[in-house]
Write a protein that binds this ligand. Structure first.
Ligand code: BGP
Length: 462
């Protein structure tokens, strides 16, 4: 069978500023929470490798963009570093950063590659975190000013904007499960962080609309379809439903429909966990829904009804409602421990089509992390990542099916372009179309990159 995609389908790769730029202390860039956390707790980072040098896109952007062109990519999804553009998070704009992002945008466009720019990818300027991060309305205001600055500086050429990447991750990682700074456990504060992140996103959408630029704005969400252990067991089904409310619909509904799910609000209210909010803010959220949606899909969530009783001293948390379920026989990525379930992409597509007005969307991240990928380097020096080709192809097959059935998906971005640095995992999991040699910074195409070169050229594969 031939899988034919539209001629204007976006074939791209995704990265983020902090994960690819490097030059963390150069040209006036301020520190973000990851730069700072490394200084105080380097042990939190895999092999104690900081983002400081990342893969040096800051210096190599021209040749890296050439590498994108070489494999026929026509879009690149990345982010702007708030701490680079406005060191400290508010105040003066850093002219060197303006030059850098202008150069990147101009180079991409010159090479026929569409820039998809995101404003916030986990990298809060430390000064903003010091005053409470997303718990503080002053930070929301500073972010909106930053967003507006980006639209004014770059909005003439960047036509696809996103307010956040995976806003639930800083909530989970920073305030619930301890894998990002500020590394605390407090669900009430987590909810405030989530709520103000959403408000910040809606306010940025409003700021974008006010400028009447010729482009689209959206949000990037990591959607994890929640599947119950047993479809015919109502308590399992309810557990999956509540998971979906907390981890998907908490941002999906307000972003696309302008309203938080009523059931979620009721649960929070019953447990005295509603955030501080005003009616005016809710009106801002209501009136500023997104034009487009970025979807990051890696793996589904499998859940069952919670088995243990809730202990008297157990603080209220989403885990009151479900247990994770290790489904026997589920297919795992043997090189990184995540489940592989390509059909999940189809289920997401159907959900967006049926319940979210069939809004225009893109896969903004999908990919397969592999530990010790050097073991797959062949005699020709090329990583023989047939497993990744298979992974991408299977996901694209399901996506193709959904598109044939009317899903409004316009593009696919692999995470990632060149193996890049990742938050707590540093370079442990490799994802790229190009291998990065850490010692020399040399980029070498992988077999999957050569495969994509053909797919992007022909808009199809067999
Ligand atoms: C996503 C993030 C990316 C990237 C990716 C892979 O959630 O948006 O920034 O890190 O996950 O994650 P990891 O490198 O931990 O395997």
């Amino acid at each position: 069978k031939t899988y034919q995609f539209a001629n204007n389908f976006w074939w791209g790769a995704a990265s983020s500023a902090t994960q690819s730029e490097g030059a963390a202390f150069e040209d006036g860039k301020g520190l973000n929470i990851f730069d700072y956390w490394y200084q105080i707790e380097p042990d939190k980072f895999h092999n104690q490798v900081p983002a400081t040098d990342a893969s040096t896109f800051y210096k190599n952007y021209k040749s890296d963009i050439q590498l994108m062109k070489d494999i026929n990519l026509n879009s690149f999804r990345t982010s702007i570093s708030w701490a680079r553009l406005i060191p400290g998070g508010r105040g003066e704009v850093n002219p060197k950063a303006v030059d850098f992002y202008n150069n990147v945008i101009d180079e991409l466009i010159a090479q026929g590659i569409e820039p998809f720019f995101n404003l916030y990818h986990f990298d809060m300027p430390i000064e903003m975190q010091d005053i409470g991060g997303w718990e503080n309305l002053e930070v929301v205001e500073a972010y909106v000013t930053y967003a507006k600055t980006c639209f004014e500086l770059f909005g003439d050429r960047v036509k696809y904007w996103f307010t956040h990447n995976e806003p639930i991750v800083p909530v989970e990682a920073g305030y619930m499960y301890q894998f990002h700074y500020p590394n605390i456990v407090d669900f009430k504060r987590a909810i405030q962080v989530a709520y103000y992140s959403q408000l910040a996103s809606s306010m940025a959408v409003a700021a974008y609309r006010e400028l009447q630029l010729d482009g689209k704005i959206g949000i990037i969400l990591n959607l994890t379809p929640s599947y119950p252990r047993d479809e015919s067991n109502t308590t399992d089904v309810k557990a999956a439903h509540i998971c979906d409310l907390f981890f998907n619909r908490s941002f999906l509904d307000p972003s696309v429909k302008g309203e938080f799910p009523e059931e979620l609000m009721t649960i929070l209210k019953e447990h005295d966990h509603l955030p501080v909010y005003t009616e005016e803010e809710l009106a801002v959220i209501k009136n500023n829904t997104v034009d487009i949606l970025g979807v990051n899909y890696y793996q589904p969530r499998r859940v069952k009804a919670r088995e243990a009783a809730i202990a008297a001293d157990e603080a209220f948390a989403p885990e009151w409602f479900f247990d994770n379920y290790e489904m026997p026989g589920r297919r795992m990525n043997p090189y990184r421990g995540w489940e592989i379930y390509p059909r999940g992409i189809y289920d997401i597509a159907k959900n967006v089509q049926e319940n979210y007005g069939n809004i225009e969307w893109y896969i903004s991240e999908n990919g397969m992390g592999v530990e010790h990928e050097e073991r797959f380097i062949g005699e020709d020096g090329i990583v023989q990542d047939d497993y990744r080709i298979e992974f991408i192809q299977e996901h694209l097959e399901w996506l193709h099916q959904a598109i044939e059935e009317g899903a409004n998906c316009k593009g696919y971005h692999l995470w990632t372009f060149i193996d890049n640095w990742s938050w707590a995992n540093a370079y442990k999991n490799r994802y790229g179309f190009y291998r990065l040699d850490l010692a020399t910074q040399k980029r070498t195409i992988k077999k999957s990159g050569l495969w994509m070169k053909e797919v992007a050229k022909l808009n199809r594969f067999d």
